[in-house]
Design a protein around this ligand. Structure first.
Ligand code: THU
Length: 128
């Protein structure tokens, strides 16, 4: 099941705009309407860059979905690439505690964690 996410995240990573960090990332999110992808998009004002996960979330919401079923992040690094703190919060807005987040690289899956493991004691507000 994760195979389709893997191939899409790996492919979209090629489109990343990462001239400052030289570190390209791809993300794929499964929701009811299908798979939504994102890559990191940096700019000259470094903190204003967009992470791959943020791009994929934006694409999912623009397509009309608000529930993440599964996430995969693809990067090429000697060490494990896990979603940053900000992305964990962004994902937790749309992903319940049991949602699976897979971290992968050129050799395949490196680690699988749930949202609850990635962001324990998440800050959530109950919308009015
Ligand atoms: N980055 C992501 O897009 N997702 C992650 O999970 C980790 C980091 C990006 C942000 C920045 O453009 C580059 O990787 C280096 O931090």
């Amino acid at each position: 099941m994760t195979d389709d996410l893997y191939h899409k995240a790996r492919a979209v990573r090629e489109n990343a705009h990462a001239p400052y960090s030289n570190f390209k990332v791809g993300a794929a999110i499964r929701s009811a309407s299908g798979i939504h992808v994102g890559c990191n998009v940096e700019n000259a004002a470094f903190p204003e860059g967009i992470c791959a996960e943020g791009g994929a979330i934006t694409s999912m919401v623009a397509a009309g979905d608000k529930a993440i079923l599964e996430v995969l992040v693809y990067a090429e690094s000697d060490s494990l690439v896990a979603p940053c703190g900000g992305c964990r919060q962004k994902l937790s807005e749309f992903a319940g505690p049991d949602v699976k987040v897979t971290m992968a690289g050129p050799d395949g899956v490196e680690k699988v964690m749930t949202m609850a493991e990635l962001l324990p004691a998440a800050f959530l507000l109950k919308p009015a």
